[in-house]
Design a protein around this ligand. Structure first.
Ligand SMILES: [Zn+2]
Length: 302
């Protein structure tokens, strides 16, 4: 009888523990990251102390994401919400409100010099902030510093660990930055013009000296018009733009059509707004950069 009571108490304790930890492991900082690239960065800095849930996963498109009630529940039970900012997550404020999130939102792009683009829609021009700041490794380093500071503020006991993780990762990013500049610097200037489906590589182009042309704007929300496509086709032919690149998050039919009509070759797939799955070529931020730069140099140097 006594044994059975002890066993029952043990079971009750397990149930209680299970309930209190929710979707997260016990004793860890509970963090939500809005999209996969940022989720990887938070994991790199947070290490074992932080449990990260990513809302928009591998190959997902954060521009057109709509959070589910389960996402709201996850956010409500977390302490930190890491977002890109710069208007990338148009759904963010609504989610924060509807979930009753009581934690702290950390904008990873804080301090980035915003890149703007002029877009034309129905004859009207509009200046739009480009949110894809992570595509410049110098900005990636800023993201890491902001993530580190956000984690330290929420969990001061982990300060030394966050600082050490961030320092190690910042060094890896600096090494990669040098490699990227070297690899892309070797390309002949007339080859440094490419087509992608949406304007996700503005920061990349500015940092590494490539001209990027895209039929869709900085968001995937609006489709390219027939005039946009016709204009790009004329431009590719007139300027002998060598290659078009598919993106992992967007439909590739439009680019197939552009390649067919212009004779430009399809240079491969670039990872723009999301990582690949764990078995793909871009399972983390650094691998994403290596893959994109490898794909670009292979297609543009031949
Ligand atoms: Zn995008």
């Amino acid at each position: 009888m006594k044994h059975r009571l002890v066993a029952l108490l043990g079971l009750a304790l397990l149930v209680l523990l299970g309930v209190s930890s929710g979707a997260y492991a016990a004793d860890k900082v509970k963090a939500v990251a809005s999209f996969s690239i940022l989720g990887d960065m938070v994991r790199q800095v947070g290490g074992d102390r932080v449990d990260v849930v990513t809302l928009v996963g591998p190959d997902g498109d954060a521009h057109v994401f709509s959070p589910t009630p389960a996402d709201a529940k996850t956010l409500a039970s977390s302490q930190l919400f890491f977002v890109n900012g710069l208007g990338f997550e148009g759904w963010m404020e609504r989610l924060e409100k509807s979930s009753g999130f009581k934690g702290k939102t950390i904008v990873a792009s804080k301090g980035v010099k915003p890149h703007t683009m002029v877009e034309e829609e129905g004859g009207e021009t509009e200046t739009i902030t480009d949110p894809h700041a992570w595509q410049d490794l110098a900005n990636g380093k800023l993201y890491i510093a902001n993530i580190r500071d956000g984690l330290i503020a929420a969990d001061p006991e982990g300060k030394a660990i966050y600082e050490a993780n961030a320092a190690k990762y910042l060094e890896a990013l600096a090494t990669e930055e040098t490699a990227v500049k070297q690899a892309l610097g070797k390309l002949p200037p007339e080859r440094k013009r490419i087509i992608t489906s949406h304007d996700a590589f503005g920061y990349f182009g500015a940092a590494y000296g490539l001209e990027i042309i895209a039929p869709e704007g900085v968001s995937t929300e609006s489709e390219a018009s027939a005039q946009d496509v016709a204009k790009i086709i004329r431009q590719i032919k007139a300027e002998h733009i060598p290659a078009v690149f598919i993106e992992n998050i967007t439909d590739h039919r439009l680019l197939d059509q552009i390649a067919r009509e212009t004779g430009a070759k399809i240079g491969g797939t670039l990872y723009s707004d999301a990582l690949s799955g764990p078995d793909g070529p871009a399972p983390n931020y650094l691998d994403m950069f290596r893959h994109n730069v490898g794909t670009l140099t292979a297609a543009l140097s031949s």
